[in-house]
Design a protein around this ligand. Structure first.
Ligand SMILES: [Zn+2]
Ligand SMILES: [Zn+2]
Length: 282
C-alpha cells in the first residue's frame, strides 16, 4: 500500500492517459494518488472518474515549473477547486508561453540546418503541454540526432544553441497563484534543487508554502532525513511521490515505489481548511 502524490499523465509529458495512470497505480497497490501534470489540470476529471470506479482516492494536482534564476524549482499545487477560474486562465497562459517557446526552439533548429517542423513537436507532445523533452524526442524521430540525450547535450541544454529561456515566473509567483486559487502549495523534489535554490525554502515558507516532498526516488537516505528535519522545523506537511511519467518516457519510475507517509492527504486537506479560515483565498 502506498500514497503517490506526484505522477504525470499524457495531459502533459507523461506517456499514459489519465485513466491508464490510475489503473497502473491501482495495480501497484496505491491507495491515494495525485495527478500533477505540468501547467494543466485537464487530466484530473478523467482520472477522478477512473479512481472512483477502482475505489482509490484521487487528489487533484498540478506542477508549476518556475524560471531558472535559482535552478529548477517546481511547485506542486493540490486541491485547487474547479471554480478557480483565474488560476485556470493562468495555466492557459503558461501553456501558450510553452507553445511560443517550442516554436522559437524549432526556429533555432531550422536555422542550424535541421529539417524539423513544429508539427513534428506537436505530434510528439500528443496534445499535451509542450516541454523541452518533446522537442528532443521530435529531433530523434526526424533523424536530427541519435538520442534524446544527444539533443540535450548538443543543442537544448540551458544556454545551448537551440535553447530558449522560459518567461519569468518565480517560485514565489507559483506559491501565490496556488494560494489565491484556494489550493495547497508544496515544494517538489527539493533534492534536485541547487544549493542556491535550497536557500529559498525559508522565504517560500514565509510566502505560504505548506509542504515539502521529502520522499522522492532520487533522494538519498541522508537527503530524506535532512528534508524531514526541515519540514519539522518549518511545520510543513511531509509529502512524497515518484514523479512517474509512464513507460518509454525516459523517467519511468514505477508508480507507488515511493510513498508519502500515512495521513499525508488528510494533512493537506487540513492545510486547505486552515488557509480558507485564514482568508488566504482571495
Ligand atoms: Zn518537477
Ligand atoms: Zn513532476
Amino acid at each position: 500500500m502506498s500514497i503517490d502524490l506526484h505522477v504525470h499523465s499524457s495531459a502533459s509529458d507523461g506517456t499514459l492517459p489519465p485513466a491508464a495512470v490510475v489503473q497502473a497505480a491501482w495495480a501497484a497497490g496505491v491507495t491515494a494518488l495525485a495527478i500533477t501534470d505540468h501547467d494543466t489540470m485537464d487530466g484530473v476529471a478523467e482520472a477522478m472518474a477512473a479512481a472512483e470506479r477502482l475505489g482509490i482516492e484521487l487528489v487533484p494536482g498540478v506542477e508549476l515549473n518556475t524560471d531558472r534564476t535559482y535552478g529548477e524549482v517546481h511547485i506542486l499545487g493540490y486541491f485547487i477547486p474547479p471554480d478557480a477560474h483565474g488560476f485556470y486562465s493562468l495555466l492557459a497562459q503558461r501553456r501558450e508561453a510553452r507553445v511560443q517557446r517550442g516554436l522559437k526552439m524549432v526556429e533555432r533548429l531550422q536555422e542550424l540546418g535541421f529539417r524539423i517542423s513544429f508539427d513534428d513537436v506537436l505530434r510528439v507532445a500528443g496534445g499535451g503541454a509542450i516541454t523541452r523533452p518533446h522537442v528532443a524526442r521530435a529531433m530523434v524521430e526526424a533523424g536530427c540526432v541519435a538520442s534524446v540525450q544527444e539533443a540535450f547535450q548538443r543543442y537544448l541544454y540551458t544556454g545551448g544553441p537551440a535553447y530558449v529561456p522560459r518567461d519569468p515566473f518565480s517560485a514565489f509567483d507559483a506559491v501565490r497563484a496556488i494560494l489565491e486559487a484556494g489550493g495547497v502549495p508544496v515544494l517538489a523534489h527539493p533534492g534536485r534543487m541547487t544549493e542556491e535554490g535550497k536557500q529559498l525554502i525559508p522565504a517560500l515558507v514565509e510566502h505560504g508554502l505548506q509542504g515539502l516532498e521529502c520522499y522522492y526516488p532520487e533522494h538519498s537516505p541522508e537527503e530524506t532525513e535532512h528534508f524531514l528535519a526541515l519540514a519539522a522545523k518549518y511545520d510543513l506537511v511531509v509529502t512524497g511521490g515518484t514523479d512517474a511519467h509512464g513507460p518509454g518516457s525516459g523517467h519511468d519510475r514505477r508508480i507507488g515505489s515511493v510513498s508519502a507517509p500515512p495521513g499525508a492527504v488528510e494533512a493537506l486537506k487540513e492545510r486547505r481548511e486552515r488557509l480558507v479560515r485564514q482568508g488566504r483565498r482571495s
